[in-house]
Design a protein around this ligand. Structure first.
Ligand code: OTU
Length: 643
């Protein structure tokens, strides 16, 4: 992948000179042609570099390049006036997503509100919560029973008819935007379902479409790949290849056997998928969550994850999006080693990313009641390049895997493998002192690896409190749930709440009765929203009301305080192993007690400017505190201190 950059820049310029006359003719009657051409000039080198790096070996390289640019031009032409205005607005304020106003939420359309119309009717609730970002999980056409919760897409241009229509989705995006809420959609681009038109044509024997996927005539090549591949779903979908008798071929299927991996070595696939990105951008999506980014390029002899070409592809998409629909951001979904998570985050690649490193370390610290590892790993992994932000969350619709860096763990005296074993037992509720009710997911007997499923409330003790029918245990669980939310609501980045967690929803075991999903325990934490429980959010005598009120209070504080803008966060030693400390912009100090016993912190001993401050205002309790003596934190108490 070594290329001479100077030479490439010269070739890019020459190529653009050759292309321009034809592009200009194609755009003859476009009134904002100059804007398009200016953006094309600005981003062409990046786009060309990507094309050259991956596809220069193809005889029809130049055809694909020219066709791509013309497609970008027609997407620009088709973009609505509103969205073009949004493009300009975002370019004038590129840090818009770093604002303290940002608050994200995520849900399945069907489970939270039935259908798109249901989501539209919940807009008043989203405003009540203070949302500015709404991620609706895959709502596209997909196979009826086996569809991996929608992550097997049959058409990116059709909404699943049980949820609504593309027209409705477009109208919803507009309406959300009018209320200051950005629509976030999934771009499941590593694979399509086997019911996608491309897959169907491949099954029908069309070679052009067989080349959209990775297919093999026998097991020879799959076998050599498999010696170094990781199995993602060893229980439901062992191996990474699926035999299809219709064509007598083995198809690459990293995930389930009905999810066919796309072949990005084929420039036509890149072009076709770019077309889908621009289509969704023009429907009003403001962020695309790039699903399963690590897997999009494969190479024999490697684990085919996080290869350099995966980055090149995303950068290529990104450069072309800057030309046609620059308001669109990419969010990476890479739940891998911290080094690899971070590698996708760049203004020219994915501007925002899930923060699985924080997510995992919060649960780790809750289990151990020690913040040593959390502080240490955050110190190393939290800072991001300018123009980028973390999306901080406690859990998603997926399992929790203990993907921390063994090196980071070793540096604080933790042995990674043993610790994962402990954490699994803890979150299954099988370790002394555990408060958690979680389910195992994809136990791999070969590696002894497994992951954990459960809602935030169930993993944090609320379900056990109900089972024990113990009021104190319940109060402690509520404090624990609130405290961990306080972290994602106050560290740098965009907080993301899984809808239902804000009212303490516990695990839902009803999926076991549904044969289509019974083998996938992730459904335990994808419950159907209960309108009665939502009603109780306003009644502070209920658990729902207590959690909702507490979180709402924190959201209001966050949105009213400029210190919460941008990513800057410094994690500090508090002198107490149970108490996490961090400062923001040198102007606020945050303390959080990860133990169920009271703890003390002596601010005078902190190795920073806070040691000189004599009193502070705790925004959370609205009390002025003396910092002269040790501060006492009640079980799971947290403080947001301003001098
Ligand atoms: C993602 O997750 C989605 O979030 C899942 O819901 C899908 O099943 C899957 O892709 C396939 O589309 O392995 O256990 O590093 O960890 O992409 C979940 C990324 C997953 C993977 C992640 C994947």
């Amino acid at each position: 992948m070594q290329v001479n950059m100077r030479w490439l820049e010269e070739q890019a310029e020459l190529t653009l000179m050759r292309l321009l006359p034809r592009i200009e003719t194609a755009l003859a009657d476009m009134h904002d042609r100059d804007l398009f051409l200016a953006r094309l000039r600005e981003h062409f080198t990046d786009a060309f570099t990507m094309f050259y790096t991956l596809y220069s070996g193809h005889y029809d390289f130049f055809y694909h390049l020219e066709a791509t640019i013309l497609e970008v031009a027609s997407a620009f032409q088709a973009r609505s006036i509103d969205l073009k205005a949004l493009d300009v607005q975002r370019q004038e304020n590129p840090d818009w997503f770093q604002s303290e106003q940002m608050l994200g939420a995520v849900c399945y359309v069907a489970r939270f509100a039935g259908d798109l119309e249901g989501i539209r009717k919940r807009i008043p609730y989203f405003r009540e919560l203070g949302l500015t970002y709404l991620h609706l999980m895959p709502l596209f056409l997909s196979p009826e029973t086996h569809n991996d919760g929608g992550y097997a897409v049959s058409s990116f241009r059709d909404v699943n008819p049980t949820l609504g229509t593309m027209k409705q989705l477009e109208a919803l995006a507009r309406e959300l935007r009018q209320h200051g809420i950005s629509l976030v959609l999934d771009f499941v681009f590593n694979h399509t379902s086997d019911e996608h038109d491309w897959a169907q044509r491949a099954i029908a024997g069309e070679h052009q479409y067989q080349d959209y996927y990775r297919m093999f005539d026998d097991r020879t090549i799959p076998d050599s790949y498999e010696t170094s591949l990781r199995e993602i779903f060893p229980e439901q979908a062992p191996g990474s290849f699926t035999y299809r008798s219709e064509i007598n071929k083995w198809v690459w299927t990293t995930f389930h056997n009905y999810q066919w991996d796309l072949n990005y070595e084929n420039p036509e696939v890149f072009r076709a998928m770019l077309g889908e990105i621009l289509f969704l951008a023009n429907r009003g999506a403001e962020v695309l969550r790039l699903d399963a980014v690590p897997f999009i390029w494969k190479k024999l002899g490697t684990n085919s994850e996080n290869l350099p070409q995966a980055h090149v592809i995303i950068r290529g998409f990104n450069a072309l999006v800057r030309i046609a629909a620059p308001a669109l951001l990419f969010k990476s979904e890479a739940i891998v080693h911290p080094r690899d998570v971070r590698s996708y985050i760049d203004p020219k690649e994915c501007q925002i990313s899930y923060n699985p490193i924080l997510m995992v370390s919060i649960w780790e610290a809750l289990a151990t009641r020690s913040v040593d590892f959390l502080r240490h790993t955050m110190n190393k992994q939290f800072p991001l390049p300018p123009g980028c932000a973390w999306v901080n969350y406690l859990r998603s619709h997926d399992d929790i895997g203990w993907g921390f860096a063994d090196e980071d763990a070793a540096e604080v005296g933790i042995q990674g493998e043993d610790h994962r074993y402990f954490l699994n037992l803890f979150y299954l509720g099988r370790f002394p002192g555990s408060f958690a009710t979680g389910l195992p997911f994809n136990f791999n007997p070969r590696t002894q690896d497994m992951r954990i499923n459960g809602t935030t409330a169930s993993l944090a003790g609320l379900e056990k409190a109900y089972k024990l029918d113990d009021d104190d245990y319940r109060d402690t669980a509520i404090r624990r749930i609130t405290m961990i939310h306080s972290i994602i609501l106050s560290v740098g980045g965009i907080p993301l709440i899984y809808l239902g967690d804000e009212i303490g929803t516990i695990n839902d075991y009803s999926y076991r009765a549904d044969s289509g999903i019974a083998d996938d325990s992730r459904w335990v934490h994808r419950p159907i929203a209960d309108p009665e429980k939502y009603e109780q959010r306003l009644d502070s005598t209920t658990v729902e009301g207590r959690i909702f009120t507490a979180l709402k209070h924190l959201i209001d504080l966050r949105q009213a305080t400029r210190t919460f803008a941008n990513g800057e966060t410094v994690f500090i030693q508090t002198g107490n192993p149970h108490v996490l400390g961090y400062t923001r912009h040198n102007s606020m100090l945050f303390l959080a007690n990860f133990a169920e016993s009271a703890q003390y912190v002596n601010v005078a001993t902190l190795q920073n400017e806070w040691s000189l401050i004599r009193s502070a205002h705790d925004l959370v309790t609205d009390q002025v505190m003396s910092l002269e003596d040790s501060i006492r934190l009640e079980p799971y108490q947290f403080m947001w201190l301003a001098p």
